[in-house]
Design a protein around this ligand. Structure first.
Ligand SMILES: O=C(O)C(=O)C[C@]1(C(=O)O)C=C[C@@H](O)C=C1
Length: 360
């Protein structure tokens, strides 16, 4: 069987878009039950409750999850409120415990997808399962590695699959916690239209503001659902407090979503896809220009301290020539590139002049 021909009937058990909500981490039975009850009482159709039991943390000595005790709380959530349940697994012991506790949906986190040994270990532990397995994109923007994770699962006869787009790590500071790089997720969707694709706005945005917009964007692009971190008392959460929302805020977010018909006008979907990609690129352009300007400021300070002239015609000539030569390898016009670089250089000179004129 090939990945692009697998049938994913599990998706048909749910209404579109499929919402997965619940706390970043299970903290206590009370926190789990209260969050679940308030999600249930929102009156919206939210079929899946999530909670992290084992938490991969960047640094040691942080809260690394409550462990297996939390699986009992998930079970209680299922029994009392009728949710399907979901948790993250990151090794064969987690898989064994989660399967034993009858968790319905297991997801593999970005820090596991990135490691082929871990993916292989998890795939082997899951062999033949009929549970739904969701695979988050790897932390780095590598589509082949993401697909490779699915191939390892398929090789172990696991076919109830789904993908979660949670964004990609960057060293550069951006407005996002993890930059979306929509193009990678859309390439995935184009290659594997049968694999349901979820957005994880919580990890992409990293804060409460902007979650709704990002989720809508994904719905516009034809995603099948969203996983949104929801906590009964977000400010007091033991992990990722700043990106979690209350069940009531979640309910507003979801009821305001404009749902797109999967069979809607294709050209409209195309337009939305391309607009998302352009927004993504624009955001990267601004971040890069900001980085460049910070370097120019540093040079400005050096020039001031060493009495060097701001305008350096020789250097400017080299930069301009390099840009034009690089542009000639594309079909962009030389005059366009010249205009852009002239504007950048002018601003850079102006910023450095400001530094020179500031103080003694
Ligand atoms: O190379 C320098 O000296 C810079 O300050 C950088 C920079 C630029 O922004 O590209 C700015 C001013 C100079 O005229 C040349 C280049």
């Amino acid at each position: 069987m090939e990945l692009n021909t697998i049938q994913n009937s599990w998706k048909n058990n749910f209404k579109n878009p499929i919402i997965i909500a619940g706390p970043c981490s299970a903290e206590s039975e009370t926190q789990m039950l209260e969050t679940a009850e308030r999600i249930k009482n929102s009156g919206l159709e939210i079929p899946i409750f999530r909670a992290g039991i084992w938490k991969p943390r960047t640094k040691p000595n942080g809260f690394e999850g409550v462990g297996v005790i939390g699986l009992g709380w998930l079970k209680k959530v299922k029994e009392e409120f009728g949710f399907q349940t979901a948790t993250e697994v990151a090794n064969s012991h987690h898989v064994e415990a989660a399967l034993k506790a009858d968790v319905d949906i297991l997801w593999i986190g970005a820090r596991s997808t990135v490691n082929p040994f871990t993916m292989q270990e998890i795939a082997e532990a899951l062999e033949g399962t009929e549970k739904t397995i969701l695979v988050k994109n790897p932390v780095n923007p590598d589509l082949a590695l993401w697909i490779g994770g699915f191939e390892r699962l398929l090789a172990k006869n696991i076919t109830n699959l789904g993908a979660i787009h949670r964004g990609f790590s960057t060293y550069q500071k951006t407005n996002y916690r993890n930059t979306p790089n929509w193009q990678i997720a859309l390439d995935f969707k184009n290659q594997f239209p049968n694999i349901p694709l979820f957005i994880d706005p919580s990890h992409i945005v990293g804060k409460r503001d902007g979650l709704a917009e990002l989720t809508q964007n994904a719905i516009n692009l034809g995603y099948d659902g969203a996983m949104i971190e929801t906590h009964c008392n977000p400010d007091a959460a033991w992990s990722d407090a700043s990106q979690q929302i209350t069940p009531e805020v979640l309910a507003t977010l979801i009821s305001n979503l404009k749902i797109r018909n999967a069979n809607s006008d294709l050209s409209q979907e195309n337009l939305e896809q391309n607009r998302s990609i352009i927004s993504d690129i624009d955001s990267q352009l601004i971040d890069l220009l900001f980085e460049r300007m910070k370097i120019s400021e540093k040079i400005g300070i050096y020039k001031k301290d060493n009495n060097i002239a701001v305008f350096q015609p020789e250097r400017w000539k080299i930069i301009n020539q390099y840009a034009l030569q690089k542009a000639s390898l594309t079909n962009m016009s030389a005059s366009f590139i010249e205009k852009v670089f002239k504007a950048i250089h002018e601003e850079s000179v102006e910023v450095q002049n400001g530094i020179m004129n500031n103080g003694s």
